[in-house]
Design a protein around this ligand. Structure first.
Ligand code: CAA
Ligand code: FAD
Length: 379
């Protein structure tokens, strides 16, 4: 596989890096403390083309490849993983899902404003009783002829309050199991749609995570994505791509923490020398850099396979599994390299360590990634 970056890739990466350092870095600590959604920054990311990077330009997207998306996700995540999860959900779950499986009318009506960040999207699969076990959907979409009536509760929805377009997975024909599930586009201002409480989280505290309640929400049939019963396949297929975004997020969290640790190790002195002169610190840096490179290669491989329209589900699961583990390990070590300073907010690494944990949980836990990978191996 050729992992050489083109001039365009480098330009995208540099633009994302520049944006992250100038627009996201100032205020990132405060937003984390106040649990404040980066609304203004997301608007600017939309204007720069970061919210619909892979969407066809005819729907106002950037028309870029998945490799560009991975590069941009890494740079944004180095600085602000709360902004990057909003970006990831909008790009790879909502815009990609709509572009791949939506009707032309749905694309014109929704995708054209989601791909610019004018509107933000949310992806609603998880429920209080159905997280990993995603086929056990309790939310119902009762078929009423020309519309569905939606009832139930979704949990942990990223962009829960800031979104205005929600892709909702719900059960229509329980007797058909996962083949009875539908995916519906639901607008926030529909009667019966209620945004529930905001979660007070360990990490990605700037991201707004809410439960969403539906009580007799009327959804026109033209808002169904794909054929009747396609909803679960829609969710799984979309998540295959989404997991590349979260893998890149984890990669960015890890590489952001590593860069801070590397810099600090050359500045901080102990026992008369920079701590980077102590072999114990050198070995930590070596381990961190090696894991990050391996995670980056897995992300790139998954992205390239997706761009080449080859099967990539196993690779996106591998990339997410390994990059999220790397994010956890590297951020813990980055705090260690900083000593006591690593434990306080000002030095950023404690936040990156808290942010890292979620990458092992959402878009399928690490255990679920292992199920996805091993099923592919044993096919
Ligand atoms: N790609 C394509 N199709 C898939 C698939 C995949 N990765 N995984 C399953 N499928 C298909 C199967 O082929 C099967 O279809 P057929 O019956 O036609 O063959 C169907 O889906 C059901 O699959 P299984 O029989 O394997 O179902 P299961 O219940 O045993 O396991 C699972 C499925 C893989 C565990 C799945 O439930 C899963 O991925 N769970 C994790 C849920 C998840 O990732 N949630 C993320 C929510 S979004 C989010 O988190 C966003 C965010 O944080 C920012
Ligand atoms: P459970 O499924 O109850 O799992 C509990 C534990 O059991 C885990 O360790 C799990 O790996 C393990 N486990 C479960 N089943 C098995 C098995 N078969 N084999 C081995 N181990 C197993 N969801 C959305 O739909 N949209 C979103 O935008 C979204 N954003 C999120 C944002 C945040 C901050 C969080 C915390 C979650 C978000 N989620 C979202 C939900 C997320 O995808 C789920 O939390 C995740 O899929 C796990 O589901 P669960 O929490 O119900 O855990």
């Amino acid at each position: 596989m050729n992992f050489d970056l083109t001039e365009e890739h480098i330009a995208v990466r540099d633009a994302a890096r520049d944006f992250a350092n100038t627009e996201l870095l100032p205020g990132v600590i405060e937003r984390d403390q106040k649990q404040q959604f980066p609304a203004e920054q997301i608007k600017k990311m939309g204007a720069l083309g970061f919210m619909g990077m892979m969407t066809d330009p005819k729907y106002n997207g950037g028309g870029m490849d998945t490799v560009s998306y991975v590069l941009a996700m890494e740079e944004i995540s180095k600085i602000d993983a709360s902004a990057s999860v909003c970006m990831s959900v909008n790009n790879s779950l909502v815009c990609w899902g709509l572009e791949k499986y939506g009707t032309e009318e749905q694309k014109q009506k929704y995708l054209t404003s989601l791909s610019t960040g004018e509107k933000i999207g949310a992806f609603c699969l998880s429920e209080p009783e159905a997280g990993s076990d995603a086929t056990s959907q309790r939310t119902t979409a009762e078929d009423k002829g020309d519309h569905y009536i939606l009832n139930g509760t979704k949990n942990w929805i990223t962009n829960g309050n800031s979104a205005s377009v929600y892709l909702v997975i719900a059960q229509t024909n329980p007797e058909k199991g996962h083949k009875g599930i539908n995916a519906l586009i639901v607008e926030k201002d529909t009667p019966g749609f209620v945004v529930g409480k905001k979660e007070d989280k360990l990490g990605i505290r700037g991201s707004d995570t809410h439960s969403i309640m539906f009580t007799d929400v009327k959804v026109p049939k033209e808002n169904r994505i794909g054929e009747d019963g396609f909803g679960f396949k829609f969710a799984m297929s979309t998540l295959n791509g989404g997991r590349i975004g979260i893998a890149a997020q984890a990669l960015g969290i890890a590489s952001g923490a590593y860069e801070l640790a590397l810099k600090y190790s050359k500045e901080r002195k102990a026992f008369g020398v920079e701590i980077a002169k102590h072999q114990a610190i050198q070995f930590k840096l070596a381990d961190m850099a090696t894991k990050i490179e391996a995670a980056r290669l897995l992300c790139m491989q998954a992205a390239l396979l997706k761009d080449q329209k080859k099967d990539f589900g196993k690779y996106s699961a591998m990339a997410k599994l390994y990059a999220s583990q790397t994010a956890m390990e590297v951020t813990v070590e980055a705090v260690q390299v900083h000593g006591g300073y690593g434990y306080v907010k000002e030095y950023h690494v404690e936040r990156l360590m808290r942010d890292a944990k979620i990458t092992q949980i959402y878009e399928g836990t690490s255990e679920i990634q292992k199920i996805v990978i091993s099923r592919e191996l044993l096919k």
